[in-house]
Structure formats: C-alpha cells, structure tokens
Design a binder for this molecule. Sequence first.
Ligand code: SF4
Ligand code: SF4
Length: 109
Amino acid sequence: MTDPAYDCVSCGACCFSRHPRYLALLPYDASRSLPADSLFAEGGQTYVKFDCGHCVHLQLGDGKAVCGVYEDRPEACRAFRAGSFECGKARRANGILGANVRTPEGEAA
Ligand code: SF4
Ligand code: SF4
C-alpha cells in the first residue's frame, strides 16, 4: 500500500521541471488521447509541453495538484511510483506543489 504521506494530489512535485524535454511520449502512448496543442515534436520525438515550468496539464489550486489528463496520462507518468527513489528526489528538488520552483506570485519560475 502507498504511504499516505505520498498523496500525489497534494504534491505534484514530479510534474514540475524546467527542462522542456522532460516528458517524452513512448510507443504505448499512441493509443492515448492527448490534445495536439499540448505536445511538440523535436528530433523525431514527441514531448509534452513544460513551457511554464510544469506540465501544461497540471492544474494547480486550493492546495491541490491535479492531472488534467489523468485517464490519458503518458506511460512515463504511469510508471512513476509514489514513494520511489525518483519520487523523493522530485519532492526534494521541486518541493510540495512546486514550492521550490514557483515565484511569490504562484507561477512556476
Ligand atoms: S513526487 Fe511522488 S508523491 Fe509527488 S506527485 Fe510525484 S509520485 Fe506523487
Ligand atoms: S500528464 Fe499529468 S501526471 Fe503527467 S506530468 Fe502532466 S500533469 Fe503530471
């Protein structure tokens, strides 16, 4: 069972990145429905846009971080496990709700 301390809706840390090519689609994602304007292609690879410092599909508000495409989220997001080493790394780097990478106005830096 997942530790309740790792409640993804209260966290969202792994959905933040300043790297524009943080989230690449994989072959499994071909059957998933993601809005075309949320994606971009480069070097033969398709990525989800992270222009604003976090995934374009991340909805922030009321102390929650919600994936706006949860049912169709990419394979890489499905494989990312709450409580894993990578999860802890993302939480330390980005902070809960992206606290370490957001400006005082609330936008991602
Ligand atoms: S960093 Fe971990 S707890 Fe936070 S949203 Fe990602 S998987 Fe969930
Ligand atoms: S698609 Fe959803 S789970 Fe994946 S990075 Fe974006 S907001 Fe997070």
